[in-house]
Every structure is written in structure tokens, then in C-alpha cells.
Design a protein around this ligand. Structure first.
Ligand SMILES: [Zn+2]
Ligand SMILES: [Zn+2]
Length: 255
């Protein structure tokens, strides 16, 4: 099982997970052309994508979904609330996710996890091929007990570290936006990411990826330093999914 990021941040998010010949794209917040270009960088093309999963309707997650799905005839999966808000229901191959129910695409098991975020029916996902578990958790304002339970014992964890609390408080955002981003239905700050890592079983982690990092209210160094407080590892061990570069392939392996 392996994964890569096409890019992550407020200007576009997309993650690619592969196992047993299936390739699942999670969100696509880039234009069609930009997505094709970023896939090429990972030595892939849209024709190889098995399915697109959508976490919620915000533009940085859905921008390219409908056009890519139509052009390449790829099935799309999302909650009904997300589909209504992002007009995905009208796609020919839209599949409804019950966000409380495990489902499968080919041989990949997918556990949706409902999250507190200011969208209609948002969820995040944990993927398993029987050997490995990869968790993705971004666009979450606060940590629920259910999140703690579900994201324990992942082999790879792509985790939001959106902002540094002080940088957000002292930064240039208008106060309404500061409240939105920092609120319980906004985005995880570095400290919340660290607290989650401290609360769950991270003993299996081969990869931890800091993601959805704000370019105005955070720095890579601050995010890594804070998250590493919960680990027995140096901050430099933590991977970063950046806005422009994403993250190159990471492969899960037996020791
Ligand atoms: Zn987002
Ligand atoms: Zn969002």
C-alpha cells in the first residue's frame, strides 16, 4: 500500500492512495489541467484512477472533481450532504456514502469518520488493505472521542496542522475569519494535532504527514516542532504535504 499528495493547503488538496492495483483519489481541489500536471509528477495519469472520494464541499477539496469525473468517466463517492452542496448528485456515477458505515472499493476497506467542520455532512477517511491502515484527517475543528478511537494504530497518518494559535491570533485575518478557522468547526491547530497524537496509539506509524498547513498562520517548522513533542522522533522525521509540491510516494513496508 502506498500514498502520495498532489498538494495540500487552502488553495487545493488531493491525496492518492494505491493498493492491489486500485488507485483512489481523495478530494481534488485543483483544476483539471493542474490535477493532470500534478499526477504526471507522481508518474500517474487520470486513466489509472479507480475512484474519487470527496470529504466535503469546500472549493479547496472539490474544485476539479466534477470535470475530471465526467472527462474520464470515474465514479465519485461522497456523503449525500456533500453531494447536494457540491452538486455531485447529477454525475452519472455518484455513489452515496453512509458516513457511519465502512464500505469497500475493490479490495480497499474505507472507514468514514464524521468530523466537526463547517460543511454540510463532512467526513474524513481511514483506508485499509488488510495489511496496512492509512488515516487522513484534515478540515476538523476539534477532536471527538470517536476520532481518537478511529485513528489509533494507523501505519501512516496524514494529519492537519493548519495554524499556530498565536500566529492566527496576531495575524492579518479579519476577526470573523480568525473565529471560523480557530473555532470548533474550523481547522486543527498545531497543539490540537500534538494532543491527538499524544492520545492515540502511534506505535505503528511509519509515516506522519503534516498537512493543510496555512501559509499565513503557520510555518512548517512550527508544525513539525509541535507535533514532534508527541513523538519519540526528531521533528525532521515528520513529512510535509505542501501546497505547491505535495508529497512524493511513501510506501508501507514490513520491517
Ligand atoms: Zn480544506
Ligand atoms: Zn474545509
Amino acid at each position: 500500500m502506498q500514498f502520495a499528495s498532489l498538494g495540500s493547503g487552502s488553495r487545493g488538496n488531493s491525496t492518492l492512495i494505491e493498493a492491489d492495483g486500485s488507485a483512489i483519489l481523495i478530494d481534488c481541489g485543483f483544476s483539471m489541467r493542474e490535477t493532470e500536471r500534478r499526477l504526471q509528477r507522481l508518474s500517474r495519469e487520470m486513466q489509472q484512477i479507480t475512484a474519487i472520494l470527496v470529504t466535503h464541499e469546500h472549493g479547496d477539496h472539490v474544485r476539479g472533481v466534477a470535470s475530471l469525473a465526467k472527462k474520464y468517466d470515474i465514479p465519485v463517492w461522497s456523503s449525500r450532504g456533500t453531494a447536494k452542496a457540491a452538486k455531485l448528485e447529477e454525475l452519472e456515477h455518484w455513489n452515496c456514502i453512509d458516513i457511519h458505515q465502512v464500505f469497500e472499493i475493490d479490495s480497499i476497506q474505507i472507514q468514514p469518520v464524521p468530523v466537526p467542520h463547517d460543511a454540510k455532512e463532512p467526513c474524513q477517511f481511514i483506508f485499509s488493505d488488510g495489511d496496512w491502515r492509512i488515516g487522513i484527517l484534515t478540515d476538523t475543528g476539534s477532536i471527538t472521542p470517536y476520532i481518537e478511537q478511529q485513528y489509533s494504530a494507523c501505519d501512516a497518518f496524514i494529519l492537519e496542522a493548519n495554524h499556530d494559535e498565536d500566529m492566527l491570533a496576531n495575524g492579518s485575518y479579519p476577526s470573523s475569519l480568525k473565529h471560523r478557522v480557530g473555532g470548533d468547526f474550523g481547522h486543527l491547530n498545531n497543539g490540537q494535532a500534538k494532543d491527538l497524537l499524544s492520545a492515540i496509539d502511534i506505535s505503528k506509524l511509519q509515516y506522519l504527514v503534516a498537512s493543510h498547513i496555512s501559509d499565513k498562520n503557520n510555518t512548517v517548522a512550527l508544525a513539525r516542532d509541535k507535533m514532534s513533542e508527541a513523538l519519540d522522533m526528531d521533528a525532521s522525521w515528520i513529512d510535509v504535504a505542501s501546497q505547491d509540491e505535495g508529497l512524493d510516494w511513501r510506501v508501507l513496508r514490513h520491517a
